[in-house]
Design a protein around this ligand. Structure first.
Ligand SMILES: N[C@@H](CCC(=O)N[C@@H](CS)C(=O)NCC(=O)O)C(=O)O
Length: 294
């Protein structure tokens, strides 16, 4: 090995700053760091999130449910700035003790139901509205297979490949090789499946497509980690065709904008409280209002 070889001490010690790019939010302990009330809007569903791939899965599903006529899926989406540590506020930790976006409070029943883990939120909403998840049988199992595949696989892409390729303080070949290998294997799994089926779990568009598209679809569309060329995404032709098909859906385009606090201003809808917000509340429009003469 090189001179960067590290000999671990007997007991690991947390040093402020050893979380790299995310040192300000990474901690080896759980729980709230400060008291913070969360806002509550008028709709039955209250979402607290950010438009990362894990957040986008849920806003895509909510927009798809509304587009399919499920008016009970109206929601308020509130922005959680994870870089500022909002996920460690007391009310947020009450909903999600794991302090990660997305977190949902379902206030449609007698008592509010906290829902966390993006996969659990997708299943909760799909079952509630009877949409994008077959009710029983082999078709349901196939959707669950691929949904759980995504939940177990994407941490290698995000926490492994994405971290070492895009965010680590230096480029180290060992972790980049290890996680590029696994990421490409996962892309090939999807590409081979999509050579056989229109959607990931068969003939119907489902929550498994939404979950997988948010990560792997956006990766092959060149939106994650600046890694499209490095991973030669063009070679996954079936995956790319599926990714473009899903990207063209109006509900997907709206879902990507919700709780987005980066990128072009016209794509950023920090909070979403009604369908009209997409036309009037994006950051370009709000900035223009702010700078207009009185
Ligand atoms: N398994 C979780 C992962 C959620 C997750 O990692 N969220 C990230 C953003 S994509 C987060 O909130 N990070 C803040 C932190 O780690 O403090 C899920 O799918 O909901």
């Amino acid at each position: 090995m090189t001179e960067t070889t590290y000999t671990p001490p007997k007991v690991w010690v947390w040093e402020q700053g050893n979380g790299g790019e995310f040192a300000s939010i990474n901690r080896p302990i759980a729980g709230a760091t400060h008291d913070k009330e969360l806002p509550i809007g008028k709709h039955p569903l209250q979402l607290y999130s950010l438009a990362t791939p894990n957040g986008v899965k849920v806003t895509v599903l909510l927009e798809e449910l509304l587009a399919a006529g499920h008016t009970g899926a109206e929601y308020d989406a509130w922005l959680i700035k994870i870089g500022d540590g909002d996920q460690f506020g007391s009310d947020f930790v009450e909903i999600n003790p794991n302090s990660k976006i997305p977190a949902l409070m379902d206030r449609s029943g007698d008592a509010p139901v906290p829902v966390f883990e993006s996969g659990s939120i997708l299943v909760h909403l799909a079952e509630k509205f009877g949409a994008f998840l077959p009710k029983a049988g082999a078709e349901r199992t196939q959707v669950m297979n691929w949904l759980f595949w995504q939940m177990g696989s994407a941490p290698y892409l995000g926490g492994g490949f994405g971290h070492f390729y895009a965010y680590a303080p230096e480029k180290w070949q060992y972790p980049i090789d290890r996680f590029a290998m696994e990421t490409k294997r996962q892309l090939d799994v999807l590409d081979q499946q999509l050579a056989k089926t229109t959607y990931i779990a068969g003939d119907s568009y489902s929550i498994a497509d939404m979950a997988i598209w948010s990560w792997y679809g956006q990766l092959v569309l060149g939106r994650l980690y600046g890694a499209a060329e490095f991973l030669d995404v063009e070679s996954y032709t079936n995956l790319l065709r599926w990714a473009k098909r899903i990207d063209a859906r109006p509900a997907v385009q709206r879902g990507r904008m919700v709780n987005r606090a980066f990128g072009d201003l016209e794509t950023q809808l920090w909070e979403r409280h009604s369908a009209e917000d997409f036309a009037t509340q994006t950051q370009d429009k709000l900035d223009a209002k702010d700078s207009a003469p009185d």
